[in-house]
Design a protein around this ligand. Sequence first.
Ligand code: GLN
Length: 493
Amino acid sequence: MDDLTSLSLFEMLSGLRRGDFTSRELTLACLQRTERLEGRLHALITFTPELALETADAADRRYAEWRRDDPSAAWNLPALLGVPILVKDVFCLKDVRCTCGSRMLENFIPPYTATAVQRLLDAGAVVTGKTNTDEFAMGSSTENSAYGPTHNPWNLERVPGGSSGGSAAAVAARLAPAATGSDTGGSIRQPASFCGVTGLKPTYGRVSRYGLVAYGSSLDSVGVFARSAAEAALLYRQMAGHDPLDSTCARRPVDEVRLEGDGLKGLRIGVPEEYFIAGIQPEVEAAVRAAIGQMEALGAGVQPVSLPHTGYALPVYYLIAPAEASANLARYDGVRFGLREPAEAMWDIFFKSRGKGFGAEVKRRIMLGTYALSAGYYDAYYGQAQKVRTLIKQDFERAFESVDVIACPVAPTTAFKLGEHGDDPLAMYLEDVFTLPANLAGVPGVAFPVGFDAAGLPVGMQLMGAHFKEDMLLRAAHAYQQATGWHLRSPEL
Ligand code: GLN
């Protein structure tokens, strides 16, 4: 049998239905590939082969029943039955360790499963492991993981992006056809771009965050990585929708994602000049502009659009996100949650546990955020940032009066070298300039490959849409992928 891991998710599903192979065989192929490549990639924190094979066997029994009873009713089968996936290690999965890339949660075994993950399990997906992440999703390279960095499968000396770098690298390296991610300021789109895969960050509130460990509560969203927009759409459709367990989850019904049809014909694409700033890698700009040209050739109308407050997004984000993080991370004190260092007095327990449990970047954010929220500074920093955030959101609302989608780069550069921003947090923060605005405005964004630089590293492009327009974004990306082939390339490993 050919290597099953090279099949697309749709080919896996049709092969399973036809009985060309079993879910156990497919899952074993993914597990074996993971074992073979993990030494070089380090995309996973926790590997769950027993759980995976158990779930795969259950899927095979379901296929056997279906074949025996009613093979005509294919719609009766769960949408992802028997297909391996990976889960970012910030989502709870019952009885499997959830570290969030932190020593603080080294021994945390969640007693429940995140809704987004549960919905994928209900659809028959087989979880093969938990993927590496920057500690508490704070970072843009996966280097802030307490368990060591992930390596980019296109070039092992490069970062995969972050914070969902493990998921992006794993999907690019075909350890699984899809993986979950979380995106607070770019953590799905930027690693998708660095690893040459498709990443969807849905609208704020579209996918439940119940069971996602909180980072910045007004920014966090749950999404997915896959090798194409069509595959991402399939997973998104399973995950999205109201959840009574998350009060921030939208009640609005989920739009059907119709991929076929005129994805780009008549689509009004806005190109914001504020996103083509000095300092952007010329190959990134060239590839993104070429992709926009190609979309125009496929029937889209292209026009300039202005998002005048873009320049404030970075400082606004780096006040709001640390402020919310400092509040969310207060619970890890060695008493209520997290690693506990023994000491005589309560304050010493807090001090020692947090001192040992958290890494440098997390401590930096907690200090920054606590300062911004403290009495006397709250209005000057957090309050002011929220006001400017409204201006950024209004920029988008105005832009979406005249265009359907906004097209721009995902990040100013392709994947940088491991250690390159090691002692310069501000340089690392700059990697997010093009992704943060969508989180501040709550709008959806999709990232997908549109070329390669001279060093052979993938270049990504981002499409952003108005609230709840995921279907439009996925359809446009799908139409582009149907006409081109960048998403079909895979790294040699
Ligand atoms: N890199 C950004 C940060 O460090 C975004 C991370 C994310 O989206 N989780 O905050």
